[in-house]
Design a binder for this molecule. Sequence first.
Ligand code: CMC
Length: 430
Amino acid sequence: MSGIKDLGNATLTFDGKSIELPVFEGSERERAVDIRALRKETGMITYDPGFVNTGCCQSDITYIDGEKGILRYRGYDINELAENCEFIDVAYLLVHGALPNETQHGEFSRHLNSHSLLHEDMRHFFDAYPDHAHPMATLSAMAVSLSTFYPELEDATIQENIDYKVSRLLSKLRTAAAFSYKKSIGHPIVYPKRSLKYCENFLNMMFWNPVNDYAPDPVVAKALNKLLILHADHEQNCSASVVKMVGSAGANLYASISAGICALWGPLHGGANQHVIEMLERIIAEDKGNVKRVIERAKDKEDPFRLMGVGHRVYKSYDPRAKVAKQMCKDVLAKLGVSDPLLDLAMELEDAVLADDYFAERCLYPNIDFYTGLTYRAMGIPTNMFTVMFAIGRIPGWIAQWLEMREDPDGRIGRPRQIYTGPTLRSMNS
Ligand code: CMC
């Protein structure tokens, strides 16, 4: 890894004994104490539920400054990438470390097209799921099922055929996501088309049907492209850590991604985008749009309710993705001529959050999921597909993180310790 600076040692003293622990600094001056020798030297472990203070790796991929609201992929600011790039170029960037030139772009695009079909036997899987199946469950099952149909990738070395691996996952999971939607509404599935670009192809598979011809709206395709870029990576978040944990045991990429999809589904993580819309709908239906009552509930420690789309483990200022997403949401709704009372309610709720001491003291701001669902909704994407959209966007990040982990010379199987607090030895006879 590049950019590491040795800063000397920190001394830990306990029980009359001291040990020296190396301190180092990354390229953006974040500092870490290397505690790898701690248990061996002292018999103690660190205690850090939720890994709030634990760095699990050195990484070249994504940089976040949660205090300043900065997010960069491979050194490029998220705003610049979202404004100027195609999602597939950002996927290439995350995996390869550099944006593709024209030839590389063309080749990657061809790979994506040639791997977009699902094996026909996999298509039949969709028939066995109930119509109400959540598409995140289906997507996760499809991801791991790919390993049964395309096992040859498991045998290759990590970097071998990398574009082949990436495009297969990116392309086939996009197809699987659209198929799961078609299945849920009882419509015939629509196959991918070579003539369409990545986002347009997805929209066509979602919205074309035999009785209602459909051409992807450029406004919608552009918005989707931007949203996928915003979702593409977020360093050591819950799902990426799951992908890496599974991969650290030597499990294949498909299995690791499948586990990541399940983690992302959780309402505290990517599932929040669906829960934001459901929360806003409930505020209208049950609270007659009364934002004050919802804010009071969120602050009440006796009430398990939390404001969905608000707060973040890392961002202690406005989530930079949320800034882009909010502006884009307004633009897309205006361009599509959609007026959504939920957007007005969301903005009122945001104002109330920003004006309230409870949220200010805890540095709680709207996160990416606060406004993305409203945009997906205006684009015609059904609510239960929102987290699937997040997952499609996050695939390149998961792959890049998985690859980096597998090549990390310091990498070992992920295996946290614990402090046991249960009964000491007892006998069934006593
Ligand atoms: N509503 C009300 N209070 C909150 C919220 C919220 N959404 N989020 C955090 N808090 C409070 C929390 O109760 C705690 O208060 P206190 O210090 O009095 O006990 C304090 O803020 C710190 O919260 P925490 O749970 O210790 O923070 P965390 O870093 O463990 O959790 C979070 C981060 C994102 C899970 C949390 O903010 C949350 O549940 N937010 C709502 C769900 C959500 O929008 N998730 C999407 C995150 S963005 C997509 C992604 O990258 O995953």
